[in-house]
Design a protein around this ligand. Structure first.
Ligand code: ARG
Length: 456
């Protein structure tokens, strides 16, 4: 077992540092106008496929308190008015598969040896902001050094760093030599590289899985990421091959669910996908080589598919310029196109779909480029928006707070200047972003300065 035993006397240590902070206290940024009156020319609230014209959303204390036709709701005295009366207003978008720690312009695996937690932190600050300004007001971040995502989530919740609300994972659970291990180096180098990851995430056998899940929960993760099969952007493994065994995955799911955490399973290969579904994971990430039986299993169990179907373009066209090794290009050619075709089959079969892109493989901020492919491969525009709003909120367990624009939810909303139901690609150009009642982006001149967040 990989356990670190502290030499400190624990009671003494506790007295020195005081009580640990309450688990996942979600502090909110202060100082915002008391009542905000948002005029929405065309509202897609994500409770249906319909648009409603000339609506109004009333915001108080970061949350929506009323959503009504403009004619029924006069401007309250003293309210701050935001005028989106010519625009299309939607819930803030949600990407269920990001890696805010990574840059998409460095692929040489040798960089792993030089990658420090500081670099990851700097990347996160920049990437969080780009993601938010692209209209993504929530993300589920599924794989980074321990515990980058937990810390970034805290700083964003404190209002110190502008960024999306985060559902944070730790490093993904990988078998030795698997997609999450450091392969291709001499043993001393490999062992030195990420000692902490070895402790939290390289697992062989159900007992090590149980320990790793509990360790990650202890350090504040919201979700557990597991690697059911090999991957594309890793050395020395194969995307189609199963890695964690069924028993290991079952242990991950049982331990995570017992702690109230969901499980996201990276799975390209046919058998690994099925074993992950049987083990009870909440989502299949990638799902590239899923077959008809796997699709039926997902449908029957209500497992979400989070398929990163924009990635193939970037990996085959742009990533090689940044040093992507030939081995990875070859692996991408094995899975990329099939993934899109299989996504179409899953959509046709009625599998639950949530939007997730693997941002970090391609540049953060380009997340919405995936909408084009989701519509090209089977979803209606409204269906694609649901995948990135109401359904995504359901998958990440945040439906009480985000995903639709109804009273009680956070005032997380975006606006675009043409109808996304006619042309989904307009979501690549979000011109207004509000998160928790604060305006982070306003290219429309819709909001007075008082409503804007500090970064404007
Ligand atoms: N992180 C994934 C992996 O390395 C990326 C897969 C990208 N390719 C794709 N067609 N979705 O396996």
């Amino acid at each position: 077992m990989k356990r670190n035993r502290s030499l400190f006397c624990l009671p003494l240590l506790a007295a020195l540092i005081g009580a640990p902070p309450a688990a996942q206290a979600q502090t909110e940024p202060a100082a915002h106008p008391a009542v905000i009156y948002v005029k929405a020319g065309h509202l897609f609230d994500a409770t249906s496929d319909q648009l409603r014209d000339n609506m109004v959303l009333l915001v108080e204390d970061q949350r929506l308190v009323k959503v009504a036709p403009a004619a029924d709701l006069p401007i309250p005295a003293g309210a701050t008015v935001i005028d989106l009366s010519k625009d299309w207003v939607l819930p803030g978008l949600i990407d269920c598969h990001t890696h805010l720690e990574y840059r998409a312009d460095k692929y040489d695996p040798i960089n792993d040896v030089r990658f420090t937690p500081f670099q990851g932190g700097f990347n996160g600050v920049v990437n969080a902001r780009r993601t938010l300004l692209a209209g993504f007001t929530s993300v589920r971040d599924v794989g980074s050094q321990p515990f980058f995502a937990v810390d970034l989530r805290r700083y964003i919740d404190e209002g110190f760093i502008p960024g999306p609300r985060m559902v944070a994972s730790g490093p993904p659970l990988s078998i030795t030599g698997g997609h999450g291990d450091m392969n291709g180096f001499a043993p001393p180098v490999s062992n030195m590289m990420y000692p902490a990851e070895k402790d939290f995430a390289i697992v062989d056998g159900p007992e090590e899985v149980r320990h790793a899940v509990r360790e990650q929960v202890k350090y504040g993760v919201d979700v557990i990421k597991i690697l059911a099969t090999g991957g594309v952007l890793s050395q020395g493994d194969t995307p189609g091959a199963e890695q964690l065994t069924y028993d290991e995955m079952k242990m991950a799911v049982d331990t995570a669910h017992a702690a109230g955490r969901k499980v996201a399973a990276h799975a390209h290969g046919t058998q690994g996908i099925k074993d992950a579904i049987r083990a009870g994971v909440d989502s299949i990430e990638h799902g590239s080589l899923i077959d008809a039986e796997g699709i039926q299993m997902m449908k029957a169990r209500g497992t979400y598919l989070v398929a990163d179907i924009y990635n193939d373009d970037y990996i085959l066209s742009t990533a090689p310029k940044f040093g992507l090794p030939q081995e990875m290009i070859n692996k991408e050619k094995m899975v990329g196109r099939l993934q899109r075709e299989n996504f179409r089959k899953a959509v046709e079969a009625g599998v639950k779909i949530a939007f997730g892109t693997d941002a970090g493989v391609y540049p953060h901020g380009d997340n919405a480029k995936q909408f084009h492919y989701m519509v090209k491969f089977g979803l209606t525009p409204a269906g694609a928006i649901h995948a990135a709003t109401s359904s995504a909120a359901d998958l990440i367990g945040r439906s009480q707070d985000v995903g639709t624009l109804v009273p009680g939810k956070y005032a997380d909303l975006i606006a675009v200047s043409s109808n996304p139901l006619d042309r989904i690609e307009v979501l690549e150009h979000v011109s207004f972003v509000m998160k928790g009642g604060k305006v982070y982006k306003d290219e429309l001149g819709a909001a007075p300065d008082a409503a804007k967040a500090v970064l404007q």
